[in-house]
Design a protein around this ligand. Structure first.
Ligand SMILES: Nc1ncnc2c1ncn2[C@@H]1O[C@H](COP(=O)(O)OP(=O)(O)OP(=O)(O)O)[C@@H](O)[C@H]1O
Ligand SMILES: [Mg+2]
Length: 417
């Protein structure tokens, strides 16, 4: 029990308690446009998955030899973000494991299990947990996994999702491929998934040919496909009559124009529902979708910037500052008015380092940071062409600079206790 020094303190606590109970009741009693918000979450696996029937069948066919006691060929699945790769692979895995044969499929998120050791450890933890103790070496784990496969000649398929994030991928592919020579019964196959097309070039030619025994590409969704997908999910997630058909069409049009990413489309719809709840309109129309778009884009920018290494944040801060005050280049240029010279951007980066008391890195590093930021779409660079001052690289920020500065300020400024 808490003891209070004064009776007024007790009274205040009592009042707060009453208010809290009341406010919980108020929250629970609030009207909502959602019937089942989970159905709109990215982790939800819907029963029907429109426009991916062919891809699901292709994965099923590819892994089905394992159910007949044979080794499936390795499969590589490629497609842009939000095209349904992870969900399709998981759906197939669930059906596969429900067949209860001498076979198993396991899912590995390589963003978390990002090395050969971690992946082996995770597999041993799942299949032979009694041997999963930290400190055991790689070869011990490998042998335990192989013993388990061999015991009754299982055919095992490992889904390696976001496989491009595995640090020692050549070693992993080599180990898994070699395991089939070491196994006296059963087999081990890989189903790799990635949305990075260029990662293939990083691989050793031997790993490449092993991993790409067969390949499946998920094309991006077009507007009509996104409309059906969204309408389907909206039916599961929202109460009847809440979502206007035009709102679904607008969300689909926005997304197909930009990326064709179904995850973003669902986020848009879910946020539009939140807006309808907050503003108590009770309907999701074009207006709510437009408002949601701003919120979602902002969330994405904040997330993208906050997960950057510090020096890339400092580059963004500097470039935003120049963009706001107007670059020297923009005053002279006829075209490309949003751009600044690389030298101006570097000076601004050095100033931001001194503002936040960080040690500035060399211009070689600075160029590396710019390259990374460009790959993420946060900045753009272009060649100035032959000008009065000779050729130079020009730099431009792709997000509202005021907002970028606020975000970085919030992240890097020392917090006041
Ligand atoms: N055909 C579809 N029908 C219903 N929902 C879909 C469909 N395709 C994708 N989605 C939804 O879009 C979201 C993203 O799908 P998923 O995670 O499978 O994409 P991904 O291709 O693995 O993307 P990433 O490359 O970013 O990992 C999920 O919420 C998923 O349910
Ligand atoms: Mg995925």
């Amino acid at each position: 029990m808490f003891s209070c020094k004064t009776s007024s303190c007790c009274f205040q606590r009592f009042v707060r308690a009453i208010l809290l109970v009341n406010s919980f009741n108020d929250i629970l009693a609030e009207a909502t446009v959602f019937k089942n918000k989970d159905a709109l979450s990215p982790h939800f696996i819907p029963e029907s998955f429109p426009h991916r029937e062919k891809e699901i069948e292709a994965i099923m066919r590819s892994v089905s030899p394992a159910l007949k006691g044979e080794r499936p060929r390795n499969l590589f699945v490629y497609g842009k973000t939000g095209t349904g790769k992870t969900t399709c692979a998981k759906k197939v895995m669930n059906e596969f494991n429900a067949m209860k044969r001498k076979a198993a499929m396991a899912y590995m998120n390589c963003r978390i299990y990002n090395s050969r050791y971690r992946i082996l450890f995770r597999l041993v933890s799942e299949f032979v947990p009694e041997h999963a103790k930290t400190g055991f070496g790689l070869s011990f784990l490998y042998e335990k996994l192989l013993d388990w496969i061999e015991a009754d000649g299982k055919n095992v398929v490992i889904i390696l999702d976001e496989i491009d994030t595995v640090k020692d991928l050549d070693n992993l592919v080599y180990t898994f491929t070699r395991s089939n020579d070491d196994l006296k019964g059963g087999s081990l196959s890989m189903l790799g998934i990635s949305n990075k097309i260029s990662f293939k070039d990083r691989l050793d030619p031997r790993s490449k040919s092993a991993l790409y025994e067969s390949e499946l590409v998920f094309p991006p969704y077009n507007t009509q496909q996104l409309q059906t997908i969204l309408a389907h999910r909206a039916k599961q997630g929202f109460s009847e009559g809440v979502v206007a058909e035009s709102a679904v069409n607008l969300a689909a049009a926005i997304v197909s124009q930009e990326t064709g990413d179904a995850r973003y489309a669902l986020k848009l719809l879910q946020k539009a529902g939140d807006v309808a709840n907050d503003t108590k309109t009770g309907r999701v129309t074009d207006r709510e979708v437009e408002a949601a778009r701003k919120i979602v884009d902002e969330d994405i920018a904040v997330e993208a910037i906050s997960t950057l290494p510090e020096h890339q944040q400092l580059v963004l801060y500097g470039v935003s500052g120049v963009s706001l005050s107007g670059s020297k280049y923009s005053r002279l240029a006829e075209n490309n008015k949003d751009f600044m010279l690389m030298g101006e951007a570097y000076d601004a980066y050095r100033e931001s380092c001194s503002k936040f008391a960080r040690q500035a890195r060399s211009s070689r590093w600075f160029k590396e940071y710019l390259n990374e930021l460009q790959l993420l779409g946060l900045v753009s660079t272009t060649d100035s062409g032959k000008g009065v001052r000779g050729r130079s690289t020009l730099v431009k920020i792709n997000y509202p600079p005021t907002r970028v500065k606020e975000i970085v300020d919030h992240l890097l400024a020392p917090s006041v206790e």
